[in-house]
Design a protein around this ligand. Structure first.
Ligand SMILES: Cc1cc2nc3c(=O)[nH]c(=O)nc-3n(C[C@H](O)[C@H](O)[C@H](O)COP(=O)(O)OP(=O)(O)OC[C@H]3O[C@@H](n4cnc5c(N)ncnc54)[C@H](O)[C@@H]3O)c2cc1C
Ligand code: SF4
Length: 546
């Protein structure tokens, strides 16, 4: 199997551009700048996981969970899931070459136009016409599509039956999944989706259009060098110009190589995600980098929750079967095949998108333990009789719901660890709104609403999100934001103008989004990254072809 990444033993001391992180923001930046002729290195803290290597059994899945919070740290440092347990909110993000795209559901939606009318965005976002160009480019590379068979799936029909409670029928959303064999724009052959339902464990078919199958191979084709197992700690100006990037290796260096290394670059693009980029800038500020005092603010959970319906009187079939399929003859569907959009024309904050979801097959053995008293015994019995695909778990409903919150969370560093503070998070109006809508949906088909089956565990009753946004939010100048509309980092030096920027330092990922989007964020993160690259390449006189 051809690998894209190599060991940090082979990294060079200097590049034109260093991109930190390899999710949507990192993939777009690396590809666009490599295509424009720059010598690009991508530094990713996770590992490379190829098609066919994603977890399909529970022991493998458990190995992929890295859970941290306070002084607690469990699981592998290169696990695919980075779970942060917080006092006010928990956050789940992906880790690996390809970032969150490896384990997400791939739902690709553009927000309501009123989101961008909010003056929290710098005016250029609305005015320069490049946002539409960004979305067009994002669509060209990620190729969102609707499952042509969505309406025939059992889980879609279950959502349709439940939707009478809200008076709005479901539709098939666009997802970044191919439903026919194809060769993608990076020249990679991708087979058609088998509707195995395991998207959130990683696609072992190769049908999901991840960053690892699109932007990153195209970057490599144009000379970018990708390195895994490197955790960037901070970035500081190099004495002779440009930047120094400090890296700690999370693998075992080869003979003669150090655990920590410093690389130099003219341009650094932080694309380590909302948590990663914010943490790196907070640490860089402690090393003396002058930044906006808005750093860490405007964290939004995107009004996002995952919840369940147990005991529905209709079949749902929303547990993945994986690939190769663990059970024959089940057409589960991709992680999300149906959604209900409730649009409030008067108050955007009340608009809600509810998606039916699928739990990956690797989680099947623990469902009885999660949902049923004495479930351990039931789990053992059921594993003898074709597991959870028959009986009560064939009618388990999983929901992903997205709406709007007030983006009032704030990150800071405590003892070198990133901490999220949002004391009022659980009282945000969005959660009551979502609970009411989901309870009505579940009730309509005779089930019980299970908000959080893990409440009795370390998860407690805090809200959780898989859509963290903000922390390095964009603004017009450093009094309102950490970066400008194109991700250039504002210089916080007191005697410089409020809109002065650090030449060559950018943040380009979900961290720059200054508010909730009300829809799943991947398409907007990619579009904003494409838009930022149009600006950056123009500024440097570089080509940025489609
Ligand atoms: C289970 C799940 C399901 C989801 N489903 C959807 C969906 O259906 N649709 C949707 O729009 N969104 C979905 N999301 C969210 C979406 O995947 C993220 O919003 C998106 O990946 C964020 O993109 P990004 O470029 O900001 O960063 P990421 O994709 O998070 O990439 C950041 C990368 O940087 C790396 N990194 C972090 N810190 C460092 C460091 N210090 N040094 C080096 N590397 C570092 C990380 O390992 C990661 O690979 C889902 C997320 C999860 C977890
Ligand atoms: S349903 Fe299965 S084959 Fe289709 S994209 Fe998801 S993981 Fe891949």
């Amino acid at each position: 199997m051809t690998r894209l990444a190599r060991s940090l033993d082979h990294v060079r001391p200097r590049y034109d551009v260093i991109v930190v992180g390899s999710g949507y923001g990192g993939g777009v930046s690396a590809m666009r700048l490599a295509r424009a002729g720059k010598r690009v290195a991508v530094i990713e803290r996770g590992r490379e996981v190829a098609t066919g290597e994603f977890p399909s059994r529970f022991p493998d899945m458990r190995h992929e969970m890295r859970v941290t919070g306070g002084r607690m740290a469990m699981g592998s440092e290169t696990g695919l899931y980075d779970v942060r347990i917080g006092e006010d909110m928990h956050v789940l993000v992906g880790r690996g070459l390809g970032g969150g795209s490896l384990v997400n559901a791939g739902v690709a939606l553009r927000p309501d136009a009123r989101v961008f009318a909010d003056p929290v965005w710098p005016g250029q976002i609305r005015q320069d016409g490049l946002l539409d160009a960004g979305y067009a480019r994002a669509r060209r590379w990620l190729r969102p599509a609707r499952d042509p068979q969505a309406a025939t799936l059992t889980k879609f029909k279950a959502l349709e039956a439940a939707s009478a409670a809200l008076g709005t029928p479901p539709i098939a959303p666009e997802i970044v999944v191919g439903f026919a064999d194809t060769v993608n724009p990076a020249g990679i052959a991708q087979p058609a989706c088998t509707r195995c339902g395991d998207c959130c464990a990683g696609c072992n078919v190769g049908a999901k259009n991840t960053v690892a199958l699109t932007y990153l191979p195209e970057a490599v084709r144009h000379g970018a060098e990708l390195f895994t197992h490197g955790r960037v700690l901070h970035v500081v100006p190099a004495p002779a110009g440009g930047w120094h990037v400090q890296i700690e290796r999370v693998d075992t260096p080869g003979p003669g190589h150090d655990k920590q290394l410093t690389l130099a670059a003219d341009m650094v693009i932080l694309a380590a995600g909302t948590l990663g980029s914010t943490e790196i800038l907070l640490r860089s500020r402690e090393k003396g980098l002058a930044l906006s005092d808005r750093l860490g603010a405007r964290f939004s959970a995107n009004g996002d929750i995952i919840a369940f319906g147990y005991g529905a009187k209709v079949p749902v079939n929303a547990v993945g079967v994986g690939h190769p399929a663990k059970i024959e003859g089940m057409n589960v569907g991709a992680s999300v095949s149906g959604q209900i959009e409730i649009v409030d024309r008067h108050d955007l904050a009340n608009s809600v998108t509810i998606q039916e979801g699928v739990l990956p097959s690797a989680l099947a053995p623990i469902l009885p333990v999660m949902f049923v008293p004495n479930g351990r015994l039931l789990g053992a019995l059921q594993s003898l009789v074709s597991g959870v695909y028959k009986g009560p778990f064939a009618s388990l409903q999983t929901f992903f719901a997205v709406s709007h919150d007030t983006a009032a969370g704030r990150f800071h560093l405590n003892d070198d660890r990133l901490v999220l503070c949002w004391p009022g998070a659980k009282d945000e109006a969005v959660y009551q709104r979502l609970d009411a809508a989901l309870a009505a949906l579940v009730g309509k088909v005779g089930g019980s609403y299970v908000k959080n089956p893990l409440a009795g565990s370390v998860m407690g009753n805090q809200p959780a999100t898989a859509h963290p946004l903000g922390g390095c939010a964009m603004g017009t100048d450093r009094s309102s934001g950490v970066v400008d509309h194109a991700g250039r980092v504002f210089d916080g030096t007191a005697d410089k103008g409020a809109s002065a920027v650090h030449a060559g330092l950018h943040v380009i990922d979900g961290a720059i989004i200054p508010r909730s989007l009300g829809v799943n964020p991947l398409l907007t993160i990619t579009a904003l990254a494409e838009r930022a690259m149009l600006h950056v390449t123009r500024e440097h006189g570089l080509a940025c072809v489609d």
